[in-house]
Design a protein around this ligand. Structure first.
Ligand code: NAD
Length: 487
């Protein structure tokens, strides 16, 4: 069995307390590694290492193209180690191997390549000024960034935080969720292998205690968090004490909105993918199917038939579509929501079957006869449970789409281009996909509205949020300042 530590100051180290926790394979329930369990003292060491690397350099003082070159090197190593990294997330998280190999990892490579190209192409500004006065408006890194991330896309979530923060010249302390530490420790090691100086990227393992210690640490200059809305609120409160800038990527209850004029074959595939991909454990999971009433029954039947063909099984097999949930707690939570849905009066239109005798597997389930006020239609379940809600017309679809506290994403399925654009404008969400779903580009900003978040990941927007403004005014005349009686 593997033993893995924190990465602090360029070295892999055990916890100060010597404590460890086990990480398990959710498909087999077997322990796969013992991990150093971080607490406040480990966070102190990691933050001190990041602070030293920031103030003593050379990271932020490297020529921008040199930082870029090192990020491109990280991309190259990720590409070379893709098979190994894909396997790590499959056994530690239960994510199907093929999704990691052909989805997450190519995207991670592109994220590092994209941000590798940014540092020498993000200029400051000179604003028109009065004669004799010249100004420079420049961006500077914040300093030490805390990146706190969840387990659902372990390697990808870590890359999304790390690449733009580093590109902008910050040093970073990353904390992955306790359920899935392995690939993030490996990311820390890859950064060292690429030649990023020791202390620039630090990784602390552990759970809520380590996360809270990091969020409250007095030497942190910015927090970038992805996770639940409840934890996001706790982080915002911690940041308020020190007026720290915060980026929050939080939960969702995203609608797939299907009109009768849509290409139904393509739409069934898209809605199925959005609802059940990664066993419904995506922040943007299309967990509410809003479907035009005239086709609701037929569409639900076609969807159920497609769901019945999903292959549920061991995530390390390339034939698997749906793996297990990440742990026992998530399994209990999803089962509770299934019971709640039945108690609220929803009908089970489809429920899959699980043949595994161990592991945290849950069968995909489609609820029909769901009304918008039911808790299963309002709360994030984070499992493969889809609620079908019929709508009458465009106005009703907009009303129902927006009738939740979240505003992360939505997909709209229609052959009417004007309608698709009207819907995209009317839906309160950070991302709207039209006749496609769950699609990202590293260059396109991604963020949540309402209780789904603050600020953006991806794009130049994310780079910008890892920098702060400095305005410099220069007087280039010999004229003196005159004020009051003058001097
Ligand atoms: P979580 O909020 O429980 O945990 C996320 C991270 O925060 C973990 O590393 C955890 O250890 C840490 N943490 C927990 N309590 C903390 C505290 N008080 N202070 C600081 N850190 C703390 O979330 P989760 O259950 O691991 O992940 C699932 C959630 O993440 C879902 O709500 C999902 O929608 C959301 N998510 C959002 C996005 C997005 O981009 N919007 C992406 C992925 C996941």
């Amino acid at each position: 069995m593997q033993k893995r530590g924190h990465i602090i100051g360029g070295k892999e180290a055990p916890s100060v307390s010597g404590k460890t926790f086990a990480t398990t394979n959710p498909a087999t329930e077997e322990v796969i590694a013992e991990i150093a369990d971080g607490a406040a003292q480990d966070v102190d060491l990691a933050v001190a290492s990041a602070r030293k690397a920031y103030t003593e350099g050379p990271w932020r003082s490297l020529p921008p193209w040199e930082r870029g070159r090192l990020l491109a090197k990280v991309a190259e190593i990720i590409r070379r180690k893709s098979d190994e990294l894909a396997l790590l997330d499959a056994i530690d998280c239960g994510k199907p191997l093929k999704d990691n190999k052909y989805g997450d990892l190519p995207l991670c490579v592109r994220i590092f390549e994209y941000y590798g190209g940014v540092p020498d192409k993000y200029p400051g500004k000179v604003h028109p000024s009065e004669r004799g006065m010249f100004n420079l408006s420049i961006r500077e890194p914040y300093g030490v960034v805390a990146g706190i991330v969840p387990w659902n896309y372990p390697f990808l979530n870590s890359c999304i935080k790390l690449a733009p923060a580093l590109a902008a010249g910050n040093t970073v302390v990353l904390k992955m969720a306790e359920q899935t530490p392995l690939s993030t420790i490996e990311l820390g090691a890859i950064c060292l292998e690429a030649g990023i100086p020791p202390g620039v990227v630090n990784v602390v393992n552990g759970g809520r205690e380590a996360g809270a210690a990091l969020a409250q640490h007095p030497q942190i200059d910015k927090i970038s968090f992805t996770g639940s809305t409840a934890t996001g609120k706790a982080i915002l409160r911690a940041a308020a004490e020190r007026i720290l800038p915060v980026t929050l990527e939080l939960g969702g209850k995203s609608p797939s909105v299907v009109f009768a004029d849509a290409d139904l074959e393509q739409t069934v595939a898209g809605v199925l993918f959005s609802a059940f991909f990664n066993a419904g454990q995506i922040c943007t999971t299309g967990s509410r199917l809003l479907v035009e009433e005239s086709i609701a029954a037929e569409f639900t039947e076609r969807l159920a038939a497609a769901a019945a063909r999903l292959r549920i099984g061991d995530p390390v097999l390339e034939t698997t579509d749906l793996g297990p949930l990440v742990d026992k707690t998530q399994l209990a939570r999803v089962r509770q929501y299934v019971e709640l849905g039945k108690a609220e009066g929803a009908q089970v239109a489809y429920e899959g079957r699980i043949s595994a005798t161990r592991g945290y597997f849950v069968a995909p389930l489609i609820f029909s006869a769901v009304t918008p006020s039911m808790r299963i239609a309002q709360e994030e379940i984070f499992g493969p449970v889809l609620s079908v809600i019929p709508f009458q017309d465009e106005a009703d679809a907009v009303k129902k789409a927006n009738d939740v506290a979240y505003g992360l994403a939505a997909s709209v399925w229609t052959s009417n281009f004007g309608r698709a654009l009207r819907m995209a404008q009317a839906i309160e969400a950070g991302s709207v996909w039209m006749n496609t779903v769950e699609y990202w580009e590293p260059s396109v900003p991604y963020g949540g509205q309402k209780q789904s978040g603050l600020g953006e990941d991806f794009g130049l927007e994310a780079y910008h949020t890892y920098t702060k403004a400095k305005s410099i005014f220069m007087n280039y005349t010999s004229s003196k300042l005159t004020w009051g009686a003058g001097t």
